[in-house]
Design a protein around this ligand. Sequence first.
Ligand code: UD1
Length: 395
Amino acid sequence: MSSQPRLIDCIVGARPNFVKIAPIMKALALRNNFSTRLIHTGQHYDVAMNEVFFADLRIPKPDLNLEVGSGTSTAQTAQVMLKLEPVMASRRPDLLLVVGDVNSTLAAALVAAKLGVPLAHVEAGLRSNDLTMPEEINRIVTDRLSNLLFTTERAGNENLIEEGVSPEKIFFVGNVMIDSMLASLERAEPAGGTLSELDPSNAIAADAANGFAFVTLHRPSNVDDPEKLAGLLKALSAISRDIPLVFPMHPRTKAVIQNAELGGLLQDSRVLVSPPLSYLRALGLMREAKFVITDSGGVQEETTALGVPCLTARENTERPITIDEGSNTLIGACPDAIIAAANDILCNGGKGGRIPALWDGKASERIADRIEAYLDARVATSRPLKEFSAAGNEA
Ligand code: UD1
């Protein structure tokens, strides 16, 4: 076994990555045979999408920020590759770890593969089977290039095996996003405080004290087309007649609303729009919400773990366990269907569900164990080869 600590490069780029990397960094730091280098690509750069998460999740300051900023999916991917390659080439890590499915995940995976650096992918095997989602392309290519594939649910293992990945590379470890959530619940901010701060006039917050729903929408398929987004906003406005909604708005969504002048659709409604919220505030709101409307991947999982009914405004999900066992329901993005599903929860109560296997707060420890075993095995298998060539030289 090597006595030098092994260098693990960990890549983050966008908001959901921060939630996933936090417990993994902690688990790796608890072992003295690893050193880590946290590399932020800069895909998300707003303070509200970024620094607050590092503080809330107690993630160490990144060792490096590549500052790629915004751009098309292709431009972001290319920028990360160009900036990451020299970093990894000048100090070669023993392993590169990527999480999730954002553009930064794919870009880093490609660089590792081209440099011949072993690659671990956390949240492998999820498939929406919808190649129009940039995330689906990112997932498929990242998994194809990975040496260690860590899955959150058994469907992930099945997808990978169907795609021809050899089973010994795949490890069902549970869900690091839930590790983060369980570690943070105690510190999550009570909804009341957040609501009164977001709504100083108390026009909506006062009603919300009797119950509210929480909304996030940012998928390109829902928000990039102004007509589609207008339909969704009208649905939210209609639902808010029965229950106030809290809607922290993603910059992508906000930009379309501003450019297409859709803001009026929420005027005089009980939809409380806010900038993106910190992790501890969002968690506090989700925990106390009567239900959640979302198109986010992570929120589907968090609501399942919290047992809060979730309506997913998409035609598919790469996280089927949240439907089969959890509190999630796929309702599509048709405004009438969303209104009907919200009414149904208000009249009949929502779906409950149970906590999926291994969503127990210990996924990161399992990941650290597996990485250690993998790197030990690499050293063990490379030793006889070195010994053999040394003996050969002597002869
Ligand atoms: C990305 C991820 C998505 C994830 C989401 C969570 C990809 C393909 N998608 O989508 O999987 O669920 O993050 O937030 O990687 N912007 C800002 N400030 C920021 C970041 C972005 O204003 O801090 C703007 C950008 O200018 C851009 C838009 O928001 O126009 C979208 O950002 P981008 O990084 O392209 O993807 P997301 O929609 O955030």
